[in-house]
Design a protein around this ligand. Structure first.
Ligand code: HEC
Ligand SMILES: [Cu+2]
Length: 363
């Protein structure tokens, strides 16, 4: 150890190596605040208030969840019943209602198509005229099925009896030659032809928006279908023939005797035979006849017009048919059996040409 000259070491002065390291005073200050946010936000102890809040919050959350589930379940159930109908038939299923509304629209369109295209030959009410009747229950029951209607509208009138010269044209645009009605129109037409008579439909304008008003009464015009859904043929009735011309040729009726029906009168005591003839489509050759009342008689009908169908049909007061003779295409003749007529005037006409009329007076 060297000593600097002129400097005496002090007796109690520690040696330099004894002075170092200087012991630090113990740090006792509070920890330095390093956060600027309020202490409550970074305190993690569960104070009683906080514990209570947590409980409240989780109970609220359970309620919200529960209500959400209830809402979903209720919505599902209500929507289900809305679409498919309420329990115990409380409400009508919307899907059914929708389908029914569509069916109504179809029928209402079909009506317009019928009135525009078919009524002039088949009658406003399908009662028949130039073409056969379409609204008869026995025909609608089976003969005028949807399939038959579709086919005859596609093939044309020859489908009915195989008559190549049938007056009834092809209607469907899928036929040959194509007709004027597209698939939808044919569908609507069939819906109308087979519509039931237990429902009332509204006659609308061609866009099916506004109901048509009766020009005289100002009331909404309506119509009903033709088919009686409850109709059942008589148990022993013969089915409607495939060809409508066979309609009134009762197979079991006694054949009229001889071509003229005059000679020998085989069955009944000399029945009255009325001679009726037609030589043009304008009128019968004679139109006024008289027969005894309440006695069956016969009509001997001669069709002198080449290639044109005619017949004789006797109507009753309500427009129904008393006797409808087979339609024959000239030149030809036929004998029709007529039931007894009550005293009075009985109009008759040609089913094919409703303008050909006459009167048979029974007295
Ligand atoms: C020009 C007159 C005429 C018009 C228009 C007409 N038809 Fe006809 N229709 C006939 C004639 C005639 C027959 C008979 C067919 C035959 O045997 O030649 C017939 C037959 C039918 C038949 C078969 C009837 C049966 O008893 O088998 C149906 C169904 C029919 N027509 C529906 C219609 C429809 C629907 C329309 C309208 C789109 C229509 N017709 C328009 C004349 C017409
Ligand atoms: Cu005629």
């Amino acid at each position: 150890m060297t000593h600097e000259p002129g400097r005496e070491p002090k007796a109690h002065e520690p040696e330099p190596d004894e002075r170092l390291p200087v012991p630090r005073p113990p740090v006792e200050a509070a920890p330095v605040e390093r956060f600027t946010s309020a202490p409550s936000t970074r305190t993690f102890e569960l104070t009683p208030e906080r514990a209570a809040q947590v409980v409240r919050q989780s109970s609220n959350a359970r309620w919200v969840g529960f209500l959400a589930v209830v809402v979903v379940i209720l919505f599902t159930a209500i929507y289900w019943f809305y679409e498919l109908g309420g329990p115990l038939g409380l409400t009508e299923p919307r899907l059914d209602a929708e389908a029914a509304a569509q069916q109504v629209t179809k029928v209402e369109r079909g009506y317009l198509i019928y009135e525009a295209n078919c009524a002039r030959c088949h009658g406003e009410q399908g009662e028949g005229g130039i073409g056969p009747a379409l609204s008869r229950q026995d025909k609608l029951f089976a003969h005028l099925s949807e399939g038959y209607l579709r086919t005859i509208l596609t093939v044309g009138g020859r489908y009915a009896c195989g008559n190549a010269k049938s007056l009834m044209p092809v209607w469907a645009d899928t036929g040959t030659p194509p007709g004027p009605l597209n698939y939808r129109a044919v569908d609507e037409l069939i819906a109308f032809l087979r519509a039931t008579d237990d429902q009332t439909y509204i006659v609308r304008d061609e866009h099916l928006l506004d109901p048509k008003l009766d020009p005289i009464t100002g009331e909404v015009m309506t119509f009903t279908g033709w088919r009686d859904p409850n109709y059942k043929p008589e148990p022993n009735a013969t089915a409607y023939p495939a060809c409508w011309q066979d309609e009134f040729t009762a197979p079991a009726s006694p054949a009229p005797g001889g071509p003229a029906g005059e000679s020998a009168a085989p069955v009944e005591p000399a029945a009255t035979v009325l001679e009726i003839s037609a030589s043009s489509s304008a009128a019968f050759d004679a139109s006024e006849f008289t027969v005894p009342a309440d006695v069956p008689f016969q009509i001997h009908f001669t069709n002198n017009e080449v290639g044109v169908p005619h017949n004789v049909e006797i109507k009753d007061a309500s427009g129904g048919s008393v006797m409808r003779g087979e339609i024959i295409t000239g030149v030809a003749e036929a004998t029709y059996d007529v039931p007894a007529l009550p005293a009075g005037a009985h109009p008759f006409l040609c089913s094919v040409h409703p303008n050909m009329t006459g009167t048979i007076t029974a007295e």
